[in-house]
Design a binder for this molecule. Structure first.
Ligand code: SF4
Ligand code: SF4
Length: 206
């Protein structure tokens, strides 16, 4: 960013987009800001930055701003934006990449971000046994996010308990987790890549 008189010149910073491309194969620098992604997104009402702004900030090298945004966690990966983009930028995939980065760098915590708390509880369950155990998922989400405290103070916790009991009576909530055959193959997908391949990605980005 450079200021000349009253004018601020914004310079693109391709270091960040180069890293994105090397790891995810997505090229945000192809964006020409037509905003078709944003105009089709069904969740902009809950976002702090619109999808085209997320792409723009990445182009400006403002990675921290993007990684700490609510938008990346509000995105439901519906892929409307990806389908609409005239430059074939996989914006939904970009949002996934940004979630992974925010998680890997420890920039989000379950108690500060309910969407992240739910994502984490859900994926931990999948990684553990290959499928979700809904009763346990609910408990872990409530405890890790601290949502139970808010619900206790506004009285809605008892509505949740009543709903849970009704579902239990109808057999809609299992009491014991069930796994799947070859769950270790799913767990394998959640393992971190070896350090050498991470280094390869980093070096190819530079
Ligand atoms: S639709 Fe594609 S080109 Fe248009 S603003 Fe969004 S990312 Fe950029
Ligand atoms: S994938 Fe995410 S950003 Fe794209 S349209 Fe759907 S909710 Fe919006």
């Amino acid at each position: 960013m450079e200021e000349r008189g009253n004018v601020v010149f914004l310079e693109p910073d391709y270091a960040v987009t180069g890293r994105v491309r090397a790891v995810s194969g997505i090229s945000p620098e192809l964006c020409y800001q037509c905003r078709k992604c944003t105009s089709g997104c069904p969740l902009t009402f809950a976002m702090d930055y619109y999808p085209d702004q997320i792409v723009r900030y990445l182009l400006m090298g403002l990675e921290d701003k993007v990684l700490s945004s609510a938008t990346i966690w509000v995105c439901s990966s519906c892929e409307t934006c990806t389908t609409r983009c005239p430059n074939d930028i996989d914006i939904a995939g970009l949002m996934d990449y940004l979630k992974q980065q925010a998680h890997a760098r420890g920039l989000v915590r379950p108690k500060e971000n309910l969407s992240y708390a739910f994502h984490k509880a859900f994926l931990d369950d999948i990684g553990r046994r290959g499928r979700v155990f809904e009763t346990g998922l609910l408990q872990r989400y409530m405890l890790s996010s601290g949502a139970w405290k808010a619900k206790l103070s506004d009285g809605t916790l008892w509505e949740e308990v009543r709903l849970g009991l009704a579902l239990l009576r109808r057999g809609r909530l299992p009491l014991r987790p069930r796994g799947i055959r070859n769950a270790h193959e799913v767990s394998h997908l959640f393992e971190k890549p070896p350090a050498s391949s991470e280094n390869t990605m980093q070096s190819s980005a530079s």
